[in-house]
Design a protein. Structure first.
Lengths: 234, 439
């Protein structure tokens, strides 16, 4: 009996030692990948930060309105945020590669999905950034045109254009990520429709006087007012 | 080969050099080749100007017959697709009518050529066409005429061409008799700023009527102003700046009344795009020139360098004030990117003033303009948006000038313009400081 217990224990120890010996190199590889990944990610972060500073990415983000958003959330500058984000993504990628080396069933499939998801994540982020730039540009263009044409409530018009573009961009980004595609589509349709309906009601019914003023100014009074300013800038 | 196709094969015709690549149409080139070299070229950019063009062409022909009967001359009409028969009117005016009515005779054939370009109203494409023709025909003296002016006189040609033809000048700027409230963008921004930057007192730096030498035309054609994102917008102003920076000989000549059919108050934004945009844009390339200039010098002038009319003028002051105030308030987020906090704060204070007390002082106006120029250089936002956002502020400045000069005499108006010019010159170090910080 005693011999049997000793033998079982001895066998278990052997298997543990064999298993450990089997996993140890993989564990070491994982740790090496983890450290190497950290070093690589850090270098990537430094290089990316320099490039972004060189191309004045912060100014670009300021134009897009991203800087203001980050400032409101007490986050660092856009250059810093992007650099850190890329650092974590690269390092996480290496860590997951290391975990993959361990050969744990089930995890491998999830890791594969993660790497498949990465390009889509970057594309979605790119879409959001360009979308914010476009929203900022077009809303400012509308604001300037409205102010110079003496249109009432120019900021409302500008904000409406900005909102429409951002909602549109977010729906595209979510579709790219494959997150709640149907929900986003329906949400976008409802939001867009509601916005248009709201504007129509506000302008047509709620703001009848405003609409009347606007139309009069546009089609009736424009000539009269133009004649009132009988001086030429040039 | 279609008419719009770019010519690539070198063409050699006696007396005319044709560049290997030209944007001119085949038909137009053939007509130019038939004309050969000329002494005088008159450029006439048009677009639906049937009402005034016939009288203008007659005045041009009369001027050439009267003042330059021995010269080889050509009238080049660059038309932007008129639908009212303008080109036909240009080429249809018979020199015999002018001869008969004025009893004048030319010793040379007076050619008249019309060509079309795509691009709508007379603009950079028309000017480029005329300059290219002047270069190809090796014209000695040229003059560009505005088709919209209804006061063209034959004597204008003498005034604009003689300094080039006889006195060796390369660029002849006109000066006009204007109402004291006309051309506020010129008197409050373009003239004083160009004077402060480049050191020359040119009263009408942006004009559609001027004389120039073939040498200046050829040099300007090769400048990189046509292929920029602006598409050559404001080429007239760039032409003036090119004459200054390339150290060509410049003079001014008094033409009389300034006709203004277009450019109402509603056209302020296009006016800013055509003038202030090109000026700010040129400052980048011209930095080595203007950064070394201090003070300013007068330009040789024939006749008075300005004359002021005092007739009453109907202006909607309330509308100007409202548009300034709403602009300052609604565009606060835009101005935060362009102006310093102290300037913006002062503008907010002015925006709260009543119409009667309204005052946008010269010192603040100069600081505003210089900060806009520095922001344009740094492209803090879209450059076109920077130019557009200047419009409400200019309205505020215009209102101050209108209020301040309501009962002023011509001398007082001129004195105030001179004071503003000196303020621009005094504040130039501030601009330089911002400019260097942005580089």
């Amino acid at each position: 009996m005693r011999e049997m217990i000793v033998e079982e224990l001895s066998q278990a120890m052997h298997e543990l030692a064999r298993g450990f010996a089997h996993y140890l190199p993989r564990l070491i590889v994982m740790l090496i990948l983890g450290f190497a990944g950290w070093a690589f990610a850090y270098i990537v972060k430094l290089v990316l930060r320099s490039i972004l500073r060189l191309i004045h990415f912060d100014r670009l983000s300021e134009n897009a309105g991203a800087s203001q958003l980050l400032a409101k959330a007490a986050l660092p500058s856009p250059t810093e945020v992007v650099s850190r984000f890329v650092f974590w993504v690269v390092w996480l990628g290496f860590v997951l590669l290391g975990v993959n080396v361990l050969g744990i069933l089930g995890l491998q499939e999830q890791i594969g999905k993660f790497f498949f998801f990465l390009p889509r994540l970057f594309i979605a982020l790119f879409i959001v950034f360009v979308g914010l730039l476009a929203a900022s540009f077009f809303s400012r263009a509308a604001l300037l045109a409205a102010v110079n044409a003496n249109v009432p409530s120019p900021r409302v018009l500008s904000l409406a254009i900005r909102s429409i573009i951002i909602v549109f961009v977010l729906s595209i980004a979510f579709e790219e990520l494959g997150i709640a595609e149907q929900t986003m589509l329906v949400a976008f349709g409802i939001a867009f429709g509601a916005l248009m309906l709201g504007l129509a009601i506000a302008f047509g019914i709620g703001g009848r006087d405003l609409a009347q003023q606007f139309l009069e100014k546009r089609f009736v009074r424009s000539k009269k007012e133009e004649n009132e300013d009988e001086f030429s800038p040039l | 080969m279609s008419q719009d196709t770019v010519l690539r094969a070198p063409t050699i015709v006696p007396g005319i050099k044709v560049a290997e690549e030209t944007f001119l149409t085949d038909d137009f080139l053939r007509q130019l080749i038939n004309v050969g070299e000329v002494d005088i070229l008159v450029g006439l950019p048009t677009h639906n100007n049937a009402k005034t063009i016939e009288a203008n062409v007659k005045a041009i022909q009369s001027g050439i017959l009267r003042w330059f009967p021995r010269e080889r001359a050509v009238i080049i009409n660059a038309d932007g697709g008129s639908r009212d028969g303008t080109p036909e009117l240009v080429t249809g005016v018979s020199i015999d009518d002018v001869r008969a009515s004025s009893n004048l005779h030319a010793l040379r054939t007076l050619h008249s050529i019309s060509t079309k370009y795509s691009g709508g109203p007379a603009g950079p494409a028309a000017m480029r066409t005329i300059l290219a023709a002047a270069d190809l025909l090796q014209a000695k003296a040229c003059v560009l005429m505005s088709p919209e002016s209804s006061a063209v006189e034959g004597e204008w040609f003498l005034k604009l061409l003689r300094p080039v033809r006889n006195d060796g000048f390369d660029f002849v700027c006109p000066t006009y008799r204007r109402h004291k409230f006309e051309g506020l963008l010129i008197t409050n921004l373009l003239y004083p700023m160009i004077r402060a930057l480049y050191g020359l007192r040119i009263r009408e730096p942006y004009t559609h009527e001027f004389g120039f030498s073939g040498r200046l035309a050829g040099g300007f054609l090769n400048q990189n102003v046509w292929d920029e994102a602006t598409g050559g917008r404001g080429a007239e102003l760039r032409f003036t700046l090119a004459a200054i920076t390339k150290r060509h000989r410049i003079c001014q000549t008094f033409l009389g009344d300034k006709e203004h059919i277009e450019h109402r108050g509603a056209d302020l934004v296009p006016a800013l795009r055509q003038t202030v945009g090109p000026l700010f844009s040129a400052m980048d390339a011209d930095f080595p020139v203007w950064s070394a200039v201090t003070g300013s010098q007068p330009v040789p002038t024939s006749g008075p360098d300005h004359e002021v009319m005092m007739e009453p003028l109907r202006v909607n002051r309330k509308r100007l004030r409202d548009m300034f105030s709403s602009g300052v308030s609604e565009l606060a987020s835009v101005f935060q990117s362009i102006l310093s906090s102290s300037t913006l704060s002062e503008l907010h204070q002015i925006a709260r003033m009543e119409e009667g007390d309204f005052n946008y002082p010269s010192e603040l106006w100069v600081r505003t303009v210089y900060e806009f120029a520095a922001s344009y250089q740094k492209s803090v936002i879209s450059r076109d948006h920077i130019i557009q956002s200047l419009a409400p502020l200019f309205r505020g400045r215009a209102l101050t000038v209108l209020n301040g000069n309501r009962n002023s005499s011509a001398e007082e108006v001129e004195h105030k313009i001179e004071e503003l010019c000196l303020e621009f010159e005094r504040s130039k170090p501030y601009l330089l400081q911002m400019w260097k910080a942005g580089e």
